[in-house]
Design a protein around this ligand. Structure first.
Ligand code: ADP
Length: 241
């Protein structure tokens, strides 16, 4: 599913948070939104998810006007930084959640849901955790469950907001390799937000560098490292290498 964003703006109160974003993400691409805190990355992700509304601009997904669709019709898989798992539900029920709350006409039968959840548990290598509750899991395990919940609905677009931000370095590295594999196997169009350069460059096909509500540069690691397009990018790259 391709995503085309045109001249998108967003402000909160009097503060401009997105100042004219133009971005095309190709079907099956894995794109990172990289930038310092407050640059508007999460706001852009939330608009694509239908959790925020832009002030102006277009958003077209696979040829359809995405802003005209109700959020539940967009089939977005969204993974939050802090997992947002339901603490009173088992791993199995957390993953099944997105399927059980679909409108009755679209809802798969119980057996189909159970089979799909089993498949995901295997795929994410968490089958042995199926009957545990989130409080009994490590951070890395919880994030796998969160990804399972996002993937269960067979999302059109997979969005991840600082998915590994709360984890320690070794677990982050492990999950990065693993997200790459999930991406390759599902082929889903994926956008993830990070402020971590290493993570962005290691994972993404293309990196979108954002600063103060604008896209400063789009490119791969070599282009952005070796040919920063603006003084902002040069400073940002230099500051955190
Ligand atoms: P990033 O993800 O790059 O850290 P955000 O998109 O979260 O940036 O935030 C960009 C700016 O918008 C920040 O200054 C933030 O305080 C502000 N902002 C985000 N959400 C809201 C909101 N719901 N109300 C008011 N201001 C907001």
């Amino acid at each position: 599913m391709s995503i085309v964003i045109e001249n998108m703006t967003k402000s909160f109160g009097g503060t401009s948070v997105l100042r004219g974003i133009d971005l095309t993400v190709d079907s099956g691409e894995l794109v990172a939104l990289l930038g310092p805190s407050g640059s508007g990355k999460t706001t852009l992700l939330k608009i694509i998810a239908g959790l925020e509304w832009p002030n102006a601009g277009g958003l077209v997904v696979n040829g359809s006007d995405w802003l005209g669709l109700a959020a539940q019709d967009r089939r977005i898989g969204f993974v939050f930084q802090h997992y947002a798992l339901f603490p009173h539900m088992s791993v199995r029920d957390n993953i099944a959640f997105g399927l059980t709350v679909r409108p009755r006409v679209e809802r798969p039968g119980k057996a189909v849901i159970a089979a799909r959840v089993d498949e995901l548990l295997q795929f994410l290598q968490i089958a042995h955790l199926a009957d545990r509750f989130p409080g009994q899991l490590s951070g890395g395990q919880r994030q796998r469950v969160a990804l399972g919940r996002a993937l269960a609905i067979e999302p059109t677009v997979l969005l991840l907001d600082e998915p590994f931000g709360a984890l320690d370095a070794a677990v982050r590295r492990d999950l990065r390799a693993w997200l790459r594999r999930v991406h390759e196997e599902t082929g889903s169009t994926t956008i993830f937000v990070t402020h971590d350069q290493e993570e962005a460059f290691e994972l993404a096909d293309r990196v979108v560098v954002m600063g103060d509500g604008r896209i400063e540069q789009i490119g791969d690691a070599d282009q952005i490292h070796d040919h920063p397009a603006t003084p902002f990018v040069a400073r940002f790259m230099g500051a955190t290498i």
